[in-house]
Design a protein around this ligand. Structure first.
Ligand code: CUA
Length: 376
C-alpha cells in the first residue's frame, strides 16, 4: 500500500546491516511519509481557505455553520485507523526484536563510564570493539557497572538501555546480514565522556570469525575463568558438587525452574544468578538458610558473567547423561581433573541424585529435593 521507492530514505540512514533493519526503515518511512502527507494537506487547506473565505467587505457577516457529521466522522475515523495501523506495525517489530531466538550466540556486554566491554563465550575480551560473525543471531546480554547507558548500533537498528540494579540483565538480539564495520554509540547521557563512549562492531564472514576467535583468549574460555573464580571466591566450599554443602548445588540448574522458600518458582537464568551473587537474600532456595554473603563490590560485572558461564557449563538442562560442560566454548572445563574447581560432576538419573559416599555427615534438612534414604 505504500510505495517505498518514492519515500525511500536510505540515502539519509546508515546501512541496513541486520535482518530486521529493512522493516524498521519501512515503518520509519511510513511514519515520515504520513507526516509529510498530512502536513502538506493541512497547510494547503489553510492557504486555500485563507484566500477563498477572506473578508470581502467591512460589514460582511459570515453565514453560521452548524457543523458536519460526515466531515467530523471522517477526520476522527481516518486518523484512528492510521494510528492503529502504526501501532500494530510497530508492535510486530517490537515483538520480533524482543523475542530472543533460542539458537543465538551469546555476547556479554558491560557498559561502564566510559567504555564498552565485550566478552565472547570462547574467552575473547574486547573494549570498544566487537567482532561478530555474519548471518548468525547474536544475543547481547548486557549489564552496567555504574549508571544507565544505552547500547546503540545504528546499522543494526538496535538500541537498548542498560539499567543498573542487581536483578537485571538486559537482553536484545540482532542478526548481522552484511560484513563491514559499523558504529557503536552510547545513546544515553552518562557523564563527562559520554560522547567518547563509542566503538566499532566488525562483522566478518564465518571463516574470518573463527580465525579471529582462535587468535586470542590465553586465559581460557569464560567458563574456565568462571571456574577459577568460583574457587578463588570460595563459592566452592559451600556450593559443593557432592550435595554435602550448606548451599544449593549448582550443577544443571541453569535454565531450570527453582523453588524458592516463599513458594515462588524462579527460572535460574542469567539475571537470577547475577542477583544471587549481588543480593543473595533476595531469593532463597527452598530448604536453605539465608547465609550467603553479598559479593557486591568484590566481583566485577565481567566476573559475574564468567561465573554465569561457568554455572551454565556445569550440566546443561535436558542432557542428564551427557558429559556436563559440553556447552560451546567450555569444553576444557568438562575434562575431569583438568581444573580443580570443576569437580567430576554428579550424574543425575531421572531426578535422583547419585552421590558418592562422603565422610562428612549429611544434613538431610538442607537437602529438600532428595529422595528419603537416598543419602546413604
Ligand atoms: Cu554511556 Cu552515555
Amino acid at each position: 500500500m505504500i510505495h517505498h521507492s518514492l519515500l525511500a530514505m536510505s540515502w539519509m540512514l546508515p546501512e541496513q546491516a541486520s535482518s530486521y533493519a529493512p522493516e524498521v526503515d519501512h515503518l520509519y518511512e511510513f511514519l515520515v511519509g504520513t507526516t509529510i502527507f498530512f502536513c502538506v494537506l493541512i497547510f494547503a487547506a489553510i492557504l486555500f481557505f485563507f484566500v477563498k473565505y477572506r473578508r470581502r467587505s467591512s460589514d460582511e457577516i459570515p453565514r453560521p455553520i452548524a457543523g458536519s457529521m460526515v466531515l467530523e466522522s471522517a477526520w476522527t475515523i481516518i486518523p484512528f485507523i492510521i494510528s492503529l495501523f502504526m501501532f500494530a506495525w510497530g508492535a510486530k517489530i517490537y515483538l520480533q526484536e524482543y523475542t530472543i531466538p533460542n539458537d543465538a550466540l551469546d555476547i556479554y556486554v558491560v557498559g561502564k563510564q566510559w567504555m564498552w566491554k565485550f566478552q565472547h563465550p570462547e574467552g575473547q575480551r574486547e573494549i570498544n570493539e566487537l567482532h561478530l560473525p555474519v548471518g548468525r543471531k547474536i544475543r547481547f546480554i548486557m549489564a552496567t557497572e555504574d549508571v544507565i547507558h544505552s547500547f546503540f548500533i545504528p546499522a543494526f537498528r538496535m538500541k537498548e538501555d542498560i539499567v543498573p540494579g542487581p536483578n537485571r540483565y538486559t537482553t536484545v538480539w540482532a542478526e548481522p546480514t552484511m560484513t563491514g564495520q559499523f558504529h557503536i554509540f552510547c545513546a544515553e547521557y552518562c557523564g563527562t565522556s559520554h560522547s567518547g563512549m563509542i566503538g566499532w562492531v566488525t562483522v566478518m564472514n564465518d571463516r574470518d570469525y573463527q580465525n579471529w576467535l582462535s587468535g586470542g583468549a590465553a586465559e581460557g574460555s569464560m567458563a574456565d575463568r568462571g571456574a577459577s573464580l568460583f574457587q578463588q571466591l570460595g563459592c566452592i566450599t559451600c556450593h559443593r558438587s557432592d550435595a554435602q554443602g550448606q548451599c544449593p548445588r549448582l550443577e544443571g540448574i541453569y535454565g531450570k525452574e527453582q523453588l524458592m522458600s516463599d513458594g515462588q518458582k524462579v527460572v535460574a537464568d542469567d539475571s537470577y544468578i547475577r542477583e544471587s551473587v549481588l543480593s543473595p537474600l533476595a531469593k532463597i532456595v527452598a530448604g536453605y538458610q539465608p547465609i550467603m554473603p553479598s559479593f557486591q563490590g568484590q566481583v566485577s560485572e565481567e566476573q559475574i558473567q564468567e561465573l554465569i558461564a561457568y554455572i551454565k557449563s556445569i550440566g546443561p538442562p535436558e542432557t542428564t547423561n551427557a558429559t556436563p560442560g559440553t556447552m560451546k566454548g567450555s569444553t576444557k572445563i568438562s575434562a575431569p581433573g583438568s581444573n580443580p574447581a570443576a569437580k567430576p560432576p554428579i550424574m543425575t538419573t531421572g531426578g535422583a541424585t547419585i552421590v558418592a559416599p562422603q565422610t562428612e555427615k549429611a544434613q538431610p534438612a538442607q537437602l529438600p529435593q532428595q529422595t528419603p534414604g537416598q543419602n546413604q
